[in-house]
Design a protein around this ligand. Structure first.
Ligand code: XMP
Length: 513
């Protein structure tokens, strides 16, 4: 990727901070990658970065085992920007002072420029709001450094040695609450590092296309298409690169939401002219799920059936040497770190049968989700796919508590379609991480007309989240809830009650199973 112009390396001192910085750099159209702080300096320099950013981190430079970096990096002649913890590390390693002053700052803080000229703060107001989150403070800048900003509480809020091109800011320019933060980052990228804004959706596509062609030559590729944004964008990119060498396999589990299979057909077969195998296997999935009510057993039954169906299709393509996967950059970063506790055995439909002899093609491996969406839009994928909310591989089966039958699937599918439609109409679709219906395994008494009913309740689940690790229940407007309740009960036979799930994650999970 180095040939895209210039690369910024973000040294990871605390994962969420590093990812956000890398995303902001890319939003400024400069390619960035996250690197471990343990990477030897020689390896970092071998990448010929235009600049290096030290991320913030959760620790104090004074605690035992505090993350650090080989100080020889400061002599390499590559511009460095330390952010928060990163700035403290710069100050400490180069002979300044970082103290536990009890003068921490959290949240919005007023930053005052000291008036010393600084490339970072060109054309910015003398006073501005920034976002702070630190306990320790830099109390003295290292020799050779100039203090360029301060706050009421801390004397060194930004510092620099412009001769050596080493900069530090105590605040977080990468967060939206720092109103001019992106401008400050851009000054570092363009004016200090000399980067050019070459990382655009068009250049991302050009590079991906080139890389795919170089990797696969004239071989045939298979792609497990789920209808989700990642596999769809991966398939569309590969199709752009190698056209008919690609065959997409859409395993139709019968557990998809209303209209999804048609959407996949329309988009890939008709709009893009992709060679698409639509493996209609609903009966086999229903058979595998017959009488199964345990969530983990459901996932296992679906996963196994999926692999079997996929393998059967693949035997018709014995010449295929490559399998396309929609792995994203955050997965790549995270698989390099300690594993978070597994709460559910997540099965990704499209998952690779382990004994299949394919080489992987992963065209989204370097991309964040927002870039994947931008590329999808650029390639002409429809909005429904590009902005599709996450949907579990096992589909509606894990939103039916208890056994899955064709009748219960139909109830849920209809109720879910109403939820999706109303959420979109209310303009909330992109704001919410997920909004969907759940069918539970009890029936309750109701009255409709003069008749007593004994039917299922539908539960509405709507959450906000950044990464699905934690989530909050969405405060949907009462009028919307009212419309959902009355439409579901009136339009979906077999439902006589609607409830709204007000559980955060933790302690709940987003899905009900
Ligand atoms: P939970 O329910 O664990 O879900 O809070 C977190 C996110 O993961 C999705 N999810 C799955 N995705 N296979 C998947 O591909 C699965 O088995 C699965 N289970 C949950 C869920 O929709 C949410 O976005």
């Amino acid at each position: 990727m180095e040939d895209v112009g210039s690369t910024i390396l973000v040294v990871d001192f605390g994962a969420q901070y590093a990812q956000l910085i890398a995303r902001r750099v890319r939003e400024a159209h400069v390619y960035s990658e996250i690197v471990s702080r343990e990477t030897p300096v020689a390896d970092l320099l071998a990448r010929r970065p235009a600049g290096i950013i030290f991320s913030g981190g959760p620790k104090s430079v004074h605690v035992e085992g505090a993350p650090s970096i080989d100080p020889s990096i400061y002599g390499a002649g590559v511009p460095i920007l330390g952010i928060c913890y990163g700035a403290q590390l710069v100050a400490q390693q180069l002979g300044g002072q970082v103290a536990r002053t009890d003068q921490g700052e959290y949240g919005r803080t007023t930053l005052d420029l000291t008036g010393r000229p600084s490339a970072l703060f060109q054309e910015l107001p003398a006073t501005q709001d920034v976002w702070m989150s630190h306990g320790d403070s830099i109390t003295a800048a290292p020799p050779g450094f100039t203090v360029t900003a301060q706050t009421a509480a801390v004397p060194v809020a930004a510092l620099e040695d412009s001769a050596r091109q080493i900069y530090g800011v105590q605040f977080h320019p990468e967060v939206a609450h720092t109103a001019r933060g992106q401008e400050i980052l851009k000054h570092f990228l363009y004016d200090v590092c000399g980067c050019r804004p070459t990382w655009t959706r068009v250049s991302i596509i050009e590079h991906a296309v080139e890389a795919i062609r170089a990797q696969v030559g004239a071989s045939r590729l298979l792609c497990g298409l789920s209808g989700g944004v990642d596999s769809s964008v991966a398939a569309a990119l590969v199709h752009k690169a190698v056209g008919d060498q690609l065959t997409c396999v859409y395993v139709d589990t019968g557990l998809m939401r209303a209209g999804e299979s048609e959407q996949v057909e329309d988009t890939f077969r008709r709009q893009f002219g992709v060679d698409l195998v639509h493996a209609k296997a609903a009966d086999r999935f229903l058979e595998a799920l017959d009488g199964v009510d345990d969530p983990e057993r459901k996932r296992k039954a679906i996963g196994e059936t999926f692999i079997r169906v996929f393998e059967e299709v693949a035997t018709d393509y014995e010449d295929a040497g490559f399998l396309v996967q929609g792995t994203l950059y955050p997965d790549v970063i995270e698989s390099g770190t300690k594993d978070a506790a597994k709460i559910k055995s997540h099965h990704n439909v499209g998952g690779l049968p382990e004994d299949m002899q394919f080489e992987l093609v992963e065209p989204l491996r370097n991309l964040f989700k927002d870039e994947v969406r931008a590329v999808g839009e650029e390639l002409g994928l429809p909005e429904e796919i590009v902005w599709r909310q996450p949907f579990p591989g096992p589909g509606l089966a894990v939103r039916i508590v208890g056994t899955v039958t064709p009748e219960r699937l139909e109830i849920l599918r209809q109720a879910d379609a109403i939820v999706v439609e109303e959420i979109k109409k209310a303009g909330l679709h992109r704001e919410l991480w997920q909004a969907f219906a759940v069918l539970i395994a009890v029936r309750t008494v109701g009255v409709m007309g003069d008749e007593r009913t004994y039917a299922y309740p539908i539960v509405i689940r709507a959450v906000t989240s950044d990464d699905a690790m934690t989530a909050d229940w969405a405060r949907l407007p009462y009028e919307l809830l009212d419309r959902l309740s009355s439409r579901i009960i009136n339009e979906v036979p077999g439902v006589n009650r609607v409830a709204f799930d007000i559980t955060a994650k933790p302690p709940g999970t987003i899905e009900w199973e």
